[in-house]
Design a protein around this ligand. Structure first.
Ligand code: ADP
Ligand code: MG
Length: 372
């Protein structure tokens, strides 16, 4: 059964189309993500599902029920927004408990059951020492967790979580990802989570809808989107460091194929050559190269296929070094383990070999994947 089904949903504000013919359905118990940059239309989709904003065109179903004409309160949707509209005159405890005392819920649970639920939720969100404080006595990240607690304490038909952990510091955000995922699995309530952060989506999602300018580009599991992106937008939306795109010619020399751009010739890996031949792809294409497709050497290699590059820029990221290397017009990103005995410096020579298992070839005009 489809838990939430959105069918050809459009929302315009004056001349702006914020949501453009969007369709998707979430599956039972699934954690579904909307991933897209700021302004992509994520919050507007949530406002439409929650009934806060009127629909321009299209339908919304929750369970099997069309909810287009239901008031927000009749939809039983719990929303956690990025900005945390808390009740300023209520304590943290009272804020989190508020939905449990709503007239429709009032008699479902005993007082001590409600009390336990509030305290358990506060513990889960690591705000249990703050239960007696008022919102103005909290940091932004603490307020966001109170807001999240107030949303999660309900048992709605669906949760809509709009960048709910964006304001937490990195360590807590990582913990919350795990907790939220666990909670969502335990409760089995369908949840839709909106974020501009691909690492958040990839870490938690069962499936992701990639959104750009109000339009869905592709829906799939994190793996599907990573390995089979429908276009360059999706390819660059998933994976960190981002995929590198190189618009280049395919050149044949003997039995081998080369990526040719200006004076640069870079040997195309056998797996990709095979796909190029099989699909009769010729001339100019956009090659996508992920950092994991490149093998790095710090010594000159006689072996064929290594391209000599200069380190243009590097950044240490935990135990890894992210290196941007150049060769003429070609710019490549490669990741190397941080090594005490081998410090990388700007201007160093390195040798890169392209060893991809997964082809990324896109049309120069449309950006569409030539091998979807
Ligand atoms: P996201 O949540 O992905 O950042 P939004 O749904 O907030 O994106 O916004 C999508 C687009 O709709 C943006 O261009 C935004 O400026 C526009 N928009 C959102 N709400 C309104 C509104 N109430 N009036 C006019 N334009 C709006
Ligand atoms: Mg938003």
């Amino acid at each position: 059964m489809a838990e939430v089904r959105i069918s050809n949903l459009t929302k315009t504000f004056g001349g702006i189309t914020a949501v453009d013919n969007v369709s998707f359905e979430t599956r039972e118990g699934e954690f579904f993500f909307l991933l897209g940059p700021s302004g992509a239309g994520k919050s507007t989709i949530f406002n439409l599902i929650a009934g806060i904003t009127p629909i321009t065109e299209g339908d919304i179903f929750i369970g099997n029920k069309k909810v287009n004409n239901l008031k927000p309160g009749e939809r039983n949707v719990a929303v956690a927004f990025e900005s945390y509209a808390l009740y300023p005159n209520r304590t943290v405890y009272q804020n989190i408990r508020f939905p449990l005392d709503a007239p429709v819920r009032k008699k479902d649970l005993s007082d001590s059951e409600k009390d336990k639920m509030v305290r358990d939720m506060a513990k889960l969100l690591q705000i249990d020492p703050l239960l007696d404080r008022y919102p103005k006595e909290l940091s932004g990240g603490q307020r966001q967790r109170v807001s999240l607690g107030r949303t999660l304490i309900r048992r709605p038909n669906v949760y809509l979580l709009d960048e709910p952990i964006a304001h937490l510091d990195a360590k807590l955000r990582h913990q919350m990802r795990r907790e939220l995922k666990r909670l969502q699995q335990e409760q089995g309530v369908p949840a839709i989570f909106a974020t501009p952060d691909q690492s958040e989506a990839v870490a938690m999602a069962d499936r992701i809808a990639v959104l750009d300018k109000g339009r869905i580009q592709q829906i799939g599991t994190p793996k599907e989107l990573y390995f089979n992106p429908i276009n360059t937008f999706v390819a660059s939306s998933i994976g960190e460091p981002k995929i590198t795109f190189i618009e280049a010619e395919i050149e044949r020399k003997g039995n081998s194929l080369y990526l040719q751009k200006g004076n640069v010739n870079f040997k195309i890996p056998p797996k990709i050559c095979k796909v190029i031949e099989e699909n009769k792809i010729s001339n100019k294409v956009i090659f996508g190269i992920r950092y994991s497709d490149l093998e790095i050497s710090f010594e000159k290699k006689q072996e064929e296929g290594y391209l000599e590059c200069i380190v243009d820029f590097y950044q240490i990221n935990g135990e890894k070094v992210v290196i941007t290397a150049v060769h003429d017009e070609l710019k490549l990103v490669v990741v190397h383990e941080l090594d005490r005995d081998k410090m990388i410096e700007t201007g160093n020579q390195i040798w890169l070999k392209w060893e991809s298992q997964n082809p990324y070839l896109f049309d120069c005009e449309s950006g569409e994947n030539l091998i979807p």
